[in-house]
Design a protein around this ligand. Structure first.
Ligand code: IYR
Length: 226
């Protein structure tokens, strides 16, 4: 490891906790995140852009390949734009549900009850359209190759979902395929690939959760300690 005063600064103060407080904090955080739900019935109650901005700032703390931060968050709140994005997404979803989706895939989705119609895309106050940048750099405006793009944007998206949940907002990951139409609607260059749309807002008072989504694998199923 090459460390010099030209390129590095000391980490400085790092907050640590006694073991019992670590246990408590770990459980409290798990308890909070375990209440997160993907929902498809949103309220139209407005959410201030300032809240979304701060949650995006949290997402942007994510680690990324060579610290190039290869993400862009286009936050769509205008009714007109949301309607356009919904219409374009539903064209792709119609093709998926009527012909493109394999029988195995459609069977896997059956317990969730999804269909081509996505009214929530117009009802929810925000569609956060997340783009993965093939080119960029650690400084805004650079045009270098980016690395580990999907890993980086995936991690940032995870932090964003957690940040939204932390302020009492629900979200839904939506991935119409293909979704190049988002580049034109959001004014993003061809070097950016739409990663996913995060539908965000308060849940409708009559929101439902598929029982299927509540089945969680055990720690034994998903982890090992070697
Ligand atoms: N994009 C479609 C289909 C869909 C696919 C998966 I994998 C899901 O977990 C849920 C839905 C839709 O949004 O309906």
């Amino acid at each position: 490891m090459k460390i010099s005063p030209e390129t590095h600064i000391p980490l400085g103060v790092w907050k640590t906790y006694p073991i019992d407080e670590m246990q408590h904090r770990a459980k409290a955080f798990h308890q909070s995140l375990s209440k997160r739900r993907s929902i498809r019935q949103f309220s139209d109650k407005p959410v201030p852009a300032s809240i979304i901005k701060t949650c995006i700032a949290t997402a942007a703390t994510a680690p990324s390949g060579a610290n190039h931060q290869p993400w862009f968050f286009a936050c769509v709140g205008s009714q007109e734009m949301k309607a356009k994005i919904r219409a374009a997404a539903e064209i792709e979803e119609n093709a998926f549900y009527t012909s493109r989706g394999s029988e195995e895939w459609l069977d896997a989705l059956a317990p969730i009850g999804t269909e081509a119609q996505k009214p929530y895309m117009e009802i929810a106050p925000w569609l956060i359209c997340i783009f993965a940048q093939r080119r960029g750099g650690a400084e805004a405006g650079e045009d270098k190759k980016n690395y580990y793009i999907h890993e980086s944007v995936g991690i940032a998206t995870g932090l964003l979902i957690a940040a939204l949940h932390n302020v009492g907002l629900a979200s839904l990951v939506h991935t119409p395929n293909p979704m190049q139409f988002l580049n034109a609607y959001c004014g993003r260059p061809k070097t950016e690939k739409p990663f996913l749309i995060l539908v965000t807002g308060y849940p409708h008072t009559d929101a439902y959760v598929p029982k299927h989504a509540l089945k969680k694998k055990t720690l034994g199923d998903i982890s090992s300690f070697l």
